[in-house]
Design a protein around this ligand. Sequence first.
Ligand code: TMP
Ligand code: ASP
Length: 241
Amino acid sequence: MPEIEIKDELYSGKAKTIYNTNDPDVMVSHFRDSLTAFDGKKKSEAEKKGYYNAQISKKLFEMLEDAGIKTHYLGMLDDERMLVQRVEIILIEVIPRNIAAGSITRKYPFEEGFRFKEPVVVMDYKSDEHGDPMLNDDIAVALGVATREEIAKVKELALKINELLTTYLEKQGLLLVDFKLEFGRRNGEIVLADEISCDTCRFWDAGTGESLDKDVFRFDKGDVTGTYEKVARRIVPEIFE
Ligand code: TMP
Ligand code: ASP
């Protein structure tokens, strides 16, 4: 790839800022240290959080690419900045769930820790303004966010990614409770976009059940930087050598 230069800011979200570059097909995703929860109502900063999330995401995207999943990941510009393909984001948050936790235990009579016999894929409409309400296929089609074919493809990919990640993380002593994926369209194909990190996954220590993710921030369970570092030590041990 020729030398990439960062140009203007395209979009700044709650934890990442996206920049255009001198290559129209390439964008830069900067993982910041800012943290928010509950639709931005709770805000903070955690030192090195952007760095750990960027490194965890990089490793997991590379693993998925090796397994044949198409992602927007192209490489790293530096430790906290990822080079990604420009895609058209599909406004659906796709959430595979293996163990009941979080919103599904508040909305339905599932006890926290209940292991689903088969993964449950939840789709939410990506709209802060509307509080990310849950979607079904008909609502997604009526809203015009995706076609039925795209929804089916996205679910199939989410289940495959869930299987790959679960197997990979088990070896590091991490239970993948649930996680959020976003997909994009590129040249008529659907590719995995966004990030896979401690902000977007629920990881529990397989031995102790300890939360090793953003729940530590959401529910004041402990030190965010220390927790994200623990996960990075398991998923990307090479950055500590
Ligand atoms: P939930 O239990 O709050 O619905 O969250 C399910 C999973 O999705 C959890 O791993 C955290 C992740 N998530 C995000 O990445 N972004 C969000 O805005 C929300 C609400 C959840
Ligand atoms: N990311 C969302 C927010 O900032 C919600 C969450 O992850 O809890 O508000």
